[in-house]
Design a protein around this ligand. Structure first.
Ligand SMILES: Cc1cc2nc3c(=O)[nH]c(=O)nc-3n(C[C@H](O)[C@H](O)[C@H](O)COP(=O)(O)OP(=O)(O)OC[C@H]3O[C@@H](n4cnc5c(N)ncnc54)[C@H](O)[C@@H]3O)c2cc1C
Length: 480
């Protein structure tokens, strides 16, 4: 039995490849459906009506077909609405603690594929906690999954190619996008011209989005950032302040202007979800390109722990196509470690996948260098700007911890301020805190600071009662 945690593009591709190899596969997925962040389309009951129609979201059809293939495969079992809240390994035995319908139980597996993906990276700025400000991922999932519009007049801003599908999706669904702002400049692509040419399908996709913007008369402004969100008398978002920024995100003098809007969808890239990798003691490192903590894998997507593989955004941010290639490799190789034999065609197919992955990783590296978050974002903050929203810790509190209390790293800052100790356990703020600490103390953060900030023993909130009543469901069949 191969267990896959995560039913996104990487998990789906891994499941199909492993099942093709004749293995029994179990997918554990926290949400009620397959598809992950990328294929988050439409409520289940509406799905049938869109099949075959190139409508609303053109990536829907591919995802739909793959999901059906997984759902109908006799070798694949799926535990929906089920979260792995902790994983452990002892004597080469992998045990997963899962929670479903408020019941906790344990199951074991011969091989494991981590395909837990990533979540939105947020940057703090004045007003980011005002109702109406949300991540671009949230705005998109409201639209794709529930046909809900984030607002009537929406500003889309931040950095990265993700801004384009979000703005285009909103526009095509009738929402007024009253501003579209990319903080980095297009000239950053110049050193990567060869990578762009090798991935021409991406250029065509970008052209499609640009056509959407031109049809709807939306100007895509580069070198601009939202540096403040402003509330109206009702405490809800009324406008955003946009400014021109230089290559390091320093605001250019006298360029600020205000745009009236009722929603801001903002994206600063993604953060891989390392929680389960940490539980299992899997080797991780800092991705030199975008500074996030990622799982280390070899050519076969094998991690440092025997029989544990990883695929998709947990090994580095790279998009759904790379996630699927890695997933397929992980599925094939995990099945082989359990005894599946490869035909000559499969050997050849594997070599092709390895080549494809290399090209996709080159593109991913270029993306992370072009759309990096530049250091001067910290200058947008005012002393009262909250950095940790869960525990209401402001930047002034962190500065006080560093300059007056002797905090030197994320651990001591946490103890002095409670930063990162709230509900999200530092998922949202820890990377910003590390960058602020480096700036304030003048000492560059150690790799260990980043690794320790990504550690979370409990992956998903669970009550003590559930742990006490935990049972073993080794052979349970919760399918669908
Ligand atoms: C909010 C958001 C929106 C995005 N939108 C787009 C887009 O429009 N276009 C685009 O090209 N790219 C988009 N991306 C990037 C794209 O989604 C990813 O490249 C791709 O989905 C990665 O696939 P994955 O399988 O690695 O991870 P994901 O798609 O993130 O899938 C991971 C899955 O694992 C599940 N999971 C995680 N932890 C657990 C656990 N402990 N227990 C059980 N289940 C768990 C999650 O519920 C999820 O379904 C988006 C990313 C995010 C974060």
């Amino acid at each position: 039995m191969i267990t896959i945690i995560g039913g996104g593009p990487a998990g789906i591709a891994a499941a199909l490849a492993a099942a093709r190899g004749g293995e029994r596969v179990r997918i554990i997925e926290g949400t009620p459906r397959l598809g992950g962040q990328y294929w988050r389309h439409l409520p289940e009951e509406d799905e049938e009506r869109w099949v075959g129609q190139e409508k609303l979201h053109d990536d829907f059809q591919e995802g739909y077909q793959l999901r059906l293939e997984v759902l109908r495969h006799p070798n694949i079992e799926i535990l929906f609405n089920t979260h792995v809240w902790h994983a452990e390994i002892a004597n080469d035995q992998i045990t997963l603690n899962i929670v479903r319908d408020s019941n906790s139980s344990q199951l074991s597996t011969e091989a494991l594929i981590l395909a837990t993906g990533a979540y939105d990276r947020s940057l703090p700025f004045p007003g980011w906690d005002i109702p109406g400000v949300m991540t671009a991922g949230a705005a998109q999932s409201l639209l794709k999954g529930s046909y809900v519009h984030a607002g009537r007049r929406v500003v889309v801003a931040g950095t990265g190619p993700f801004l384009m599908p979000v703005a285009s999706g909103l526009l095509n669904d009738g929402v007024a996008v009253v501003g579209l702002f990319e903080a980095n400049r297009i000239s950053r692509w110049i050193p990567f011209t060869y990578v762009v040419l090798a991935n021409f399908s991406k250029v065509l996709l970008a052209r499609k989005y640009m056509r959407d913007f031109s049809v709807h008369k939306v100007k895509f402004k580069r070198g601009h950032a939202v540096v403040r969100a402003n509330a109206g008398p009702d405490g809800v978002l009324r406008s955003v302040t946009v400014a021109k920024v230089d290559r390091k995100f320093k605001v250019k003098m006298a360029t600020e202007r205000e745009i009236l809007c009722d929603a801001l969808a903002i994206s600063w890239g993604f953060t891989p979800d390392m929680s389960i990798a940490h539980n299992l003691g899997i080797e991780q490192h800092l991705d030199v390109n975008d500074g996030s903590v990622v799982v280390v894998v070899d050519e076969c997507q094998q991690t440092s722990v025997n029989q544990v593989f990883a695929a998709g955004e947990v090994t580095g941010i790279g998009g759904s196509e790379l996630a699927m290639t890695e997933g397929e490799i992980a599925g094939m190789t995990s099945a082989r470690t359990l005894g599946a034999a490869w035909s000559v065609e499969e050997e050849e197919h594997f070599k092709g996948l390895v080549k494809k992955r290399a090209a996709q990783r080159r593109f991913a590296r270029a993306l992370s260098q072009v759309y990096g978050v530049q250091a001067n974002w910290m200058e947008w903050l005012t002393p009262e700007t909250l950095i940790c929203r869960c525990e209401e810790v402001s930047i002034a509190d962190i500065q006080n911890a560093v300059h007056n209390l002797g905090a030197t790293n994320i651990r001591s800052t946490k103890l002095f301020t409670r930063v990162g100790m709230g509900l999200c356990q530092g998922r949202t703020c820890s990377r910003s805190v590390i960058e602020i600490l480096s700036k304030e103390s003048g000492v560059n953060a150690e790799v260990e600071d980043h690794l320790s900030a990504a550690k979370r023993q409990i992956v998903h909130p669970i009550s003590l009662g559930m742990i006490a009543n935990s049972s073993s469901v080794e052979d349970s069949h919760h399918n669908h």
